[in-house]
Design a protein around this ligand. Sequence first.
Ligand code: 9YT
Length: 128
Amino acid sequence: MIVRSLDEIVGTDRDVRAPTFHSRRFLLRKDGMGFSLHDTVLHAGTETYIWYANHLEAVYCIEGEAEIELVDTGETFSIGPGTMYALDGHEKHFLRAKTDFRALCVFNPALTGKEVHDEQGTYPLIPD
Ligand code: 9YT
């Protein structure tokens, strides 16, 4: 069994900083669960372009407000506390945080912990 607190993760190599968000990675590939689990905070007023070409991601909002715009259709969705979205089609999207936006994020396959977005907003698949 694995038990971890946010306090144990902040400031370690599981606490990954990017220009528009920070991602505290509770579970990674090496933990053997088959998915990774992150507590992520997008910074208020930021826009992030994302295309998870190699991963499926589900996002459950805990705090804050954000808008998602799907690139291919132009559809927009407002996301707030208690709402989940799942990128089951590897959708390219813009994520705009109206306030600090905190969410639990689950990735399949699991991230290894080293990934940061590339210029296409993608996390690479890192081989075993
Ligand atoms: C909500 C979202 O997709 N944010 C981008 C960061 C990613 N979820 C991560 O690495 O935690």
